[in-house]
Design a protein around this ligand. Sequence first.
Ligand code: KE4
Length: 430
Amino acid sequence: MQTSPVTTRSEELFRQAQELLPGGVDSPVRAFRAVGSQPLFIERGEGAYVYDVDGNRYLDYVLSWGPLILGHAHPHVAQAIAAAAQKGTSFGAPSPLELELARRVQSFYPSMEMVRFVNSGTEATMSAVRLARAFTNRDYIIKFEGCYHGHADLFLVQAGSGVATLGLPDSPGVPAATANTTLVAPFNDLAAVQDFFRRYPEEIAAVIVEPVAGNMGVVPPVEGFLQGLREVTQAHDALLIFDEVMTGFRVHPGGAQALYNIRPDLTTLGKVIGGGVPVGAFGGRRDVMAMIAPSGPVYQAGTFSGNPLAMAAGIATLNLLKDGHAWDTMQRRAGELETGVREILARKGVPAVLQSVGTMFTLFFTGQPVTNWSTAKTASREQYAAFFRALLAQGVYLAPSQFEAGFLSTAHGQDEIEMTLSAMEHALSG
Ligand code: KE4
């Protein structure tokens, strides 16, 4: 019987942290409230593993919520950051590195004819929506129930991720006037989107979508859904924004837009393109991006936007993904994990569904396929929490929420997959 790891130092730090940081954390979903545990305080990461302050080692499927696609402290990335830091951490002025990273981003995302770097996914999505509203001179946007686009006011309407995890009824502090211009449709429900366009003719600026939902757990688009969004936005002169902050480099090196062959008008990125250093980006059609200050009137700014540390880490990361070999190997591992989990579920008759696209996955403890937030909600949070704790006790660290995604890195090898399947077999043995 696996005993839970000794976490006395984490517990002490958490006690102290709650005095200074709301909930003892700097981002809600890390607080482990959804899995009935106390958060781990992490000392360091190395490859596919993280080590907590009590010296316990965990095989990491959180990977900082997606960014660490090369695993923790990859030597090339660490060296690039160190070299950049030697020359100064931020200038508040253009640097050659911004051009280098923009070119690399564009090589993976050709729809991003122009790019603006920012410092988080939230900044990217809120800026992209401001730009879409300015370009179309319209106020309404459509988002999808259970999808999360960061914590800007306009998105905290039936959102996913930590909002769904903590069961928050959206969020206080968001003025009704703001929330009222955010229309919410069920994910994968094209008819609901078409209906909104009928009810709000010439008033909808954009549809923003996680093209593969990851913030209610991994929910793929049904056949025709993304193409339908492309057609209905085109037909009504609205913009289609693919929020690929999570799916970027995860479902395919070129994101969902490459996997499903859809060209959005704007794309938002984050996570992977900073190699673990804070970064975000938005970009797309040249005629739309030209409206961004100072080339146009739409204001968007940031002290650390394009800073050399994030740019250097992103360049090093994308350089290592360029030839595609590492990504292909990682996808093969993801396939082995998927096959192995499905075999265990079938053999044990566990009422759970594994949903995965590329290198992101979620095990939903429900007996039905999850196609939207309504079906995601049928998953048992309690069963997921017990599964999470049983895996953690065996040194495998999944996302501390049923409504999040797990991720692989290029450092997850054969041994890690075998260790994971063995731990899952044990955890699902009741
Ligand atoms: P950030 O502002 O957290 O960098 O990015 C916001 C964001 C935007 N769009 C998508 C599709 C996202 O998944 C995110 C952030 N993802 C969450 C995890 N589900 C970040 C983790 C957290 O909030 O602590």
